[in-house]
Design a protein around this ligand. Structure first.
Ligand SMILES: C[S@@+](CC[C@H](N)C(=O)[O-])C[C@H]1O[C@@H](n2cnc3c(N)ncnc32)[C@H](O)[C@@H]1O
Length: 281
């Protein structure tokens, strides 16, 4: 574009254009305009008759073109909500999913409201899991590891903006942790798609290293499970997010690594999405 005219007129034009890529074009147009104008939903209503400032029109125009090219909405907005936290996101990080809130719920169930517990989030991406746990359990000591420096920079920036403290480490799963560190809880939402997974084309805008595990899809889950006992306190818990068809395989991986009675948790749609177990020590 540029998008001339009033805020209200622009909202209608953008919504009409987004109809070809979105099933909620008006909502998307509202969110984009709120960010372009730095306002909230109530302000947007009040601003309807005012003209759109040139800088906001330019920003909006660029984002609308990206959206029309098929870029997922969160990358166009530059922000997405996860467990009540406003996370900045860019194409270096996976868009945090509601499914992963099951992993956060599991974590909180293992963490008393009071009392210091040490928690590790492996493959932190945007920092979503670590930051959601840090906010809900201020006394917990959070650690988070990420292999991609670009993703880690996003996570660190989210932590600073949200005023939440996490020990951020760049590295390959456990490799960069202090040798003596032991955790009460280890969480991971690792890559778990196989190279021929039919969902991959629809996920082409997201970082492939966040999605693809290897030929079977179980490679990262297996590595994390096998090495977890060396990093857990006695009785510590490992919680892994995985694909809906991987529950049985992940329970077997946890048993093989010496964990007790793995249990799989379902998402709101009833699919097996997170498996956890404690390590007897
Ligand atoms: C599925 S994404 C999860 C991101 C975030 N935890 C979430 O739930 O939104 C997996 C993350 O693991 C990271 N990752 C992949 N292999 C890794 C490795 N060997 N060591 C550390 N992080 C890794 C990816 O870069 C990606 O950010």
């Amino acid at each position: 574009m540029p998008v001339p005219g009033t805020v209200g007129g622009t909202l209608r034009k953008v919504a009409s254009r987004l109809g070809v890529v979105s099933d909620q074009p008006e909502q998307e147009a509202r969110w984009l305009l709120e960010i372009a104008l730095g306002c909230d939903a109530a302000d947007l209503l009040r601003l309807g008759a005012q003209s759109l400032p040139a800088a906001a029109a330019q920003w909006l125009s660029e984002r609308v073109e990206r959206r029309l090219a098929g870029v997922p909405l969160p990358y166009c907005l530059g922000a997405w909500s996860f467990y009540g936290l406003e996370m900045a996101v860019d194409p270096a990080v996976l868009i945090p999913r509601p499914d992963t809130e099951v992993l956060v719920e599991l974590a909180l169930g293992h963490l008393p409201r009071e009392g210091a517990r040490r928690v590790l989030d492996l493959g932190t991406g945007s920092g979503a899991v670590a930051l959601a746990v840090a906010r809900a359990r201020p006394e917990a000591e959070l650690w988070a590891v990420e292999r991609s420096p670009e993703a880690l920079a996003v996570a660190q920036s989210n932590g600073r903006r949200l005023g939440l403290t996490v020990h951020w480490l760049e590295g390959d799963w456990y490799a960069s942790l202090p040798a003596a560190a032991r955790f009460d809880l280890i969480l991971a939402n690792p890559p778990y798609l196989a190279a021929d997974d039919p969902h991959l084309p629809a996920l082409r805008h997201e970082p492939q290293e966040a999605l693809l595990a290897g030929p079977t899809g179980l490679e990262c889950l297996a590595e994390i499970a096998a090495e977890a006992p060396a990093h857990l306190v006695a009785g510590g818990v490992l919680g892994l997010e995985h694909g809906a068809e991987q529950g049985e395989a992940v329970r077997a991986l946890l048993r093989a690594a010496g964990f007790d009675q793995p249990r799989t948790h379902r998402d709101l749609a009833g699919r097996e999405r997170v498996t956890s177990a404690s390590f007897p020590g």
